[in-house]
Design a protein around this ligand. Sequence first.
Ligand code: BES
Ligand code: MN
Ligand code: MN
Length: 457
Amino acid sequence: MQSIKNYIEENKPRFLEELFALLRFPSVSADPAYKNDVLATADFVAQKLRDAGAQNVEVCPTSGYPIVYGEKIINNNLPTVLVYGHYDVQPADPLELWHTPPFEPTVRDGKIYARGACDDKGQFYMHVKAFEAMMHTDNLPCNIKFMIEGEEEVGSDNLGKFVAANKERLAADVVLISDTSMISMETPSLETGLRGLSYMEVEVTGPNRDLHSGVYGGAVANPATILCQMIASLHDENNHITIPGFYDGVVELTEEERKDLNSAPFDLEEYKKDLEIEEVWGENGYSTLERTGTRPTLEVNGIWGGYTGAGAKTVLPSKAFAKISMRLVPGQDWEKISELFTEHFVSIAPKSVKVKVTKHHGGAAYVTPTDSPAFQAAYQAIEESFGKAPVPTRGGGSIPIVALFEEELGIKTVLMGFGLDSDNLHSPNEKYDIFNYYKGIETIPLFFKHFAELENK
Ligand code: BES
Ligand code: MN
Ligand code: MN
């Protein structure tokens, strides 16, 4: 029987071509204009699962975009791994900042440039190919289930219902996800946590219509100015968030945990250089790694109102808007935080304006145990394929559905991501290194091997 390694080696060019085909689908879940493309992507993924050897493959409808399911059950006495990923991508704009078209994957300097290259098409597809390699070489040591959704980038609204309604079908011993980052290929790492999220939108209304800013300016509250003042007041001079109750329940790290976290390789000068900033920013008393990995934050994602077209228009706008998100840590309840935000934001509005707050999506933070067989299997798999033990890290991003897997299915998640923070996720010129793609395909079967051994002990 051919070894997995050989099989992968021989099929690398095809594995890359298939990923390119997947990346050519503009599966932007946020924009209804791409509806047919998103649906077509689901069918493509389903077909690739079938081709790889999965059974009971189904494109499961939801009231939003479908969830692609497939499985290979070899023996009910063996452990089962549930692979989760998402085939939807973030919008590609601003298009003019891309060096090559976002949905025409292009290789430069060994990196694949395309929207979704890293988040998450390039990463979940590694699992499809690793599965194919295990199947074709008769080397699949665990049962496997795939659940690839199409609404992760818009809050996974329908996945919760699907999971609740399919508990038996989804029963597994661990959820395995590749949708996070490593420190670098020289310093492999394994994320032990994700932050939660609460996403809000605010609308501030002043006068009932846009006004001439000379005729009325100075006498009527400008909602754009007021909105800026309100937003500015959400952080104090120490960059603490001022919403009453916001930090209630936040789990602080022990000194030991802080020391561990801060011992991860991190070069602040490189970080600043990469971003072309003179200084970092954040909550006083915490390091950059702590600020992104373990502390809650509040960010303005977008702010608009009034005239933003060409040239100048002297106007006092009637309305101003902002999208504001908060990253949460263990101990914070995202629904509660959304309420606290709403109450506070309404309470700080001066009488001269009206405020409307709406809630988008959210989800809880997640921390994975590092003493579980699954985490140990991921650890050993990375150690074996990189020749170096991974550094445990806490990631700043969110996959809100992970906490729900634990609630609904009672299973823990292992975050075995192969991206890099510098892969431009959600940004122009998203990329994924071909090296990382192949490395992932090689590492995943090792996870299955170690997990089968450790879980059966
Ligand atoms: N894959 C990311 C999350 C991520 C990226 C975690 C890098 C760790 C490191 C995921 O697709 C994502 O973008 N999540 C969103 C939340 C979602 C509700 C839109 C996020 O983190 O903003
Ligand atoms: Mn993702
Ligand atoms: Mn994303």
